[in-house]
Design a protein around this ligand. Structure first.
Ligand SMILES: C[S@@+](CC[C@H](N)C(=O)[O-])C[C@H]1O[C@@H](n2cnc3c(N)ncnc32)[C@H](O)[C@@H]1O
Length: 367
C-alpha cells in the first residue's frame, strides 16, 4: 500500500531555524499567541475547580444571601470552613470574576445567581460545573486505559458522577419544557388535552426529567425505562418523594433488547448517543408508538467533519470535552443528521430537527 502524501497545510520547518538564525518574527509572534492561549486554558482549569468548590461547599449560596458583602473570614465562619482555604477561594473567585471585591468584602458578581443557584432556570449552569468536577474519575480511567481502550459504564462510576450528570441535564429538560415541546406540531395540545396519553421516557436516568414532566402535564401517564440499576433506584425514590407513584411507573431494560411499552410519545434525552445499537433502539421505540405517535430525540449536536471549525465555539469546546466521557462509555456524540437518519430508517415520517441551544438539538418524527 502506498503512503498518503502529507497534508499540504503542514507548516514547513523554518529556514532560519535550520540555519541556526533563530525563529523568524512570524514564529515568535505565533509562539507568544500560543503562550497566551495556554495560560488562558490553565486559568480556565482553575476557574472550573473554583466553581466546583464554591457550589459544592455553598460559598456562592451564602454570598448570594449577603448582598452587603462578606469578608473571607466571615464567609469561612458562616460555613464552618477553614479561613485560609476560604481566602484562597475568594481570591480565585475574584480572579475568575465570579465575585466582586470592595473594602474587605466579597460580593456575588452580577448575573450569576440564576446560572449558579437556580436549578430550574433555563440558564442554569451549576449542574454542568459540578459535573466537570465529577469527571475527575474519568481522567484517571483514561490515563490508565488510553493504550488498551478499555471502557467503563455508569454502574462502575463513583456515585457522584451519575448524580452530577442528572443535575447537568436539568437544563436540557428545562429547554424541552419551555420551548422544545412547543416546536413539535400538536404536541403540547396532546400533552395538555383530556384524551389519555402515555409518555415513555427511555434511559430516564435518575428520573429528574420524568418528575418535572409529570408535574407539568398532570393528565399524562408516564413510564420510565432505565438500564442502570442504581439510577433506576434513584428514579423510583425521586418519583415517590414527588408523590407521583400512581402516575409514573418505572422499569429496568436494555434499550436495544426492548420491548418498549405502547406509547403515544417516546422521549430519549441525551441518551440515544450512548446506545451500542442506535438503529435497534429507534426501531423498538418506533414499533411501540401508536398511530400518529411521536418519537422525540433530545441530543447534543456534535459537529460533522465538514463543520469541524464549530468545535472552536464555546458549545463545541464543551462537546469536545464531553466526548472523553462518551469514549469511556464506548460511544460518541453524533451530528444531528445521523439522528434524523435513524428516525427515517425506522419508517418515521416528517422527521425534523430544531436547535434549542448551541449545545442542544431536538429531533422528532411521527408514526
Ligand atoms: C447521559 S444519561 C441521561 C439520563 C437522563 N435521560 C437525563 O437526561 O438525565 C444516559 C442514560 O442512559 C442509560 N443508558 C445508556 N445506554 C443504555 C441502554 N443501552 N439501555 C438502557 N439504558 C441505557 C444510562 O444508564 C444513563 O442513565
Amino acid at each position: 500500500m502506498s503512503m498518503a502524501a502529507p497534508p499540504s497545510s503542514v507548516t514547513p520547518v523554518s529556514t532560519n531555524e535550520t540555519s541556526g538564525a533563530g525563529p523568524t518574527p512570524q514564529e515568535k509572534e505565533a509562539t507568544s499567541r500560543q503562550l497566551l492561549r495556554l495560560q488562558d486554558h490553565a486559568a480556565g482549569f482553575f476557574a472550573v475547580w473554583t466553581l466546583d468548590l464554591g457550589l459544592r461547599h455553598r460559598l456562592f449560596e451564602v454570598l448570594s444571601k449577603h448582598p452587603e458583602g462578606l469578608s473571607a473570614e466571615f464567609l469561612a465562619r458562616e460555613l464552618d470552613l477553614d479561613r485560609l482555604y476560604v481566602t484562597v477561594w475568594c481570591n480565585a473567585a475574584y480572579s475568575a470574576e465570579y465575585v466582586e471585591y470592595k473594602e474587605g468584602k466579597f460580593y456575588l458578581a452580577e448575573g450569576l445567581k440564576a446560572p449558579l443557584l437556580e436549578p430550574d432556570s433555563p440558564v442554569y449552569f451549576g449542574g454542568t460545573a459540578v459535573f466537570l468536577g465529577a469527571l475527575r474519575s474519568t481522567w484517571s480511567f483514561l490515563h490508565e486505559h488510553l493504550s488498551d481502550g478499555e471502557n467503563s459504564w455508569w454502574d462502575q462510576f463513583p456515585p457522584e458522577l451519575p448524580a452530577a450528570q442528572a443535575d447537568s441535564s436539568r437544563t436540557f429538560y428545562t429547554r424541552l419544557l419551555r420551548k422544545g415541546f412547543a416546536r413539535v406540531p400538536g404536541l403540547l395540545e396532546r400533552l395538555s388535552g383530556t384524551t389519555p396519553v402515555t409518555f415513555v421516557e427511555l434511559a430516564c436516568g435518575r428520573g429528574s426529567g420524568l418528575v418535572r414532566m409529570a408535574q407539568a402535564f398532570p393528565n399524562v401517564k408516564f413510564q420510565g425505562i432505565e438500564g442502570d440499576e442504581k439510577s433506576l433506584k434513584a428514579a423510583k425514590e425521586a418519583v415517590e418523594r414527588a408523590g407521583l407513584s400512581s402516575r409514573v411507573t418505572l422499569g429496568q431494560a436494555v434499550l436495544e433488547r426492548g420491548p418498549v411499552p405502547a406509547a403515544d410519545i417516546v422521549l430519549l434525552n441525551i441518551a440515544l448517543h450512548e446506545a451500542q445499537d442506535k438503529e435497534a433502539v429507534v426501531r423498538n421505540a418506533a414499533k411501540a408508538l401508536r398511530p400518529k405517535g411521536t418519537l422525540l430525540v433530545s441530543e447534543f449536536p456534535f459537529p460533522d467533519w465538514g463543520e469541524i471549525e464549530k468545535l472552536r465555539t464555546p458549545a463545541g469546546r464543551v462537546m469536545a470535552g464531553v466526548q472523553y466521557l462518551e469514549g469511556v462509555l464506548g460511544d460518541q456524540l453524533l451530528p444531528s443528521i445521523q439522528f434524523e437518519s435513524f428516525l427515517r430508517k425506522a419508517g418515521l415520517r416528517e422527521v425534523t430537527s430544531a436547535e434549542l441551544a448551541p449545545i442542544h438539538v431536538l429531533v422528532w418524527g411521527t408514526k
